[in-house]
Design a protein around this ligand. Sequence first.
Ligand code: PMP
Ligand code: GLN
Length: 380
Amino acid sequence: MKTISKLPNVGTTIFTVMSALAKQHNAINLSQGFPNYQSDQRLSDLVSKAMNSGYNQYAPMAGSLDLRLAVSNKYELLYQSTYHPEDEITITAGATQAIYTIISAFVRQDDEVIIFKPAYDCYQPAIEVNGGKAISVQLSAPSYKVNWQEVASKISSKTKMIIINSPHNPSGTIWSEDDMLQLQKITNNTNIIVLSDEVYEHIIFDKEEHQSVSLFKALKQRSFITASFGKTFHNTGWKIGYCCAPKALMQEFRKVHQFNVFSVHHPSQKGIADYMKDANTYLGLNLFFQKKRDLFLSLIKDSRFKFLPSKGTYFQVLDYSEITDQYDVDFAKRLTKDYKIASIPLSVFNDDNKDDKVLRFCFAKTDETILKATEILNKI
Ligand code: PMP
Ligand code: GLN
């Protein structure tokens, strides 16, 4: 039998490749983004309590109402922005499913979707499998600043959506208020939908403030926000996230959502809802990760890697151009095999594998692991 791939250029994700290589070579794994410590025992106890109290059948299609209320309260508290739990918030199987579902609910054959490169790797395949075309705006190390004139020049009558992501994976940069205002301006009087991937909203450093689309009135009207409890509560394996949008957009989202997952793990939703009653469970995250970033950077300050400190996410990009001019994928693999430390090469997220000689390191690790990793980096 012959099959014709809908995604002929897609292979296995770099996250799977590098984590497998790290395992094979017994290397410290700072590649795929996940913590190597346990999440709060109290959260696990609340999920167990939900299981033992009988929350073991299908959750409502849009998600547990308690959790949607908790999400709604968070937007009121942090951004003074209202999303109604009934019809403007849906709980998803991680941010990945929210992103896929948003794209498949709106993108048709030949529609264009603007994405900023380096781009998180689930955006483009989701666009293409739905018949759309990804239009890239390539950003460059080390600042990854957006040229808004270039973005404006790429908007056409076919532009259906713009996908943004701040704090940004993989660069660790953030967008300013001015960036958001520029986006608001160029989408004004259009039918463009904005998909704002805000999975790292609670991981932002140096007293910077997260510029959520929910803060910008006109932008909010055309936007979906996607988020991930896995990032916020240190349990990426639970795969619970959510999305918010104005009612008319959410209505279309749910038409697809009800048939691609219907609903997600019920006891986790109840447990997370109880846990979020205390806002400190997510408000403390900035400081927690800033300490880890600072520890990591202070320990490699005399190494041959150059860097601008990460402004958000739990990733730090390091420039290795003083060490070698080897292609970043090959260098990342060599570091894993020979030095026993795994990272993520950024070229795989760029147009034409543009190679800025930078690697991404995840610092969501115990201090002990950070110490061991930096000892290795200092020897390279
Ligand atoms: N977007 C970005 C930018 C991410 O880094 C990730 C995962 N780390 C996701 C989306 C997907 O989140 P989830 O694991 O909740 O599906
Ligand atoms: N988001 C994680 C990262 O950036 C990886 C998630 C995945 O493996 N799909 O490393």
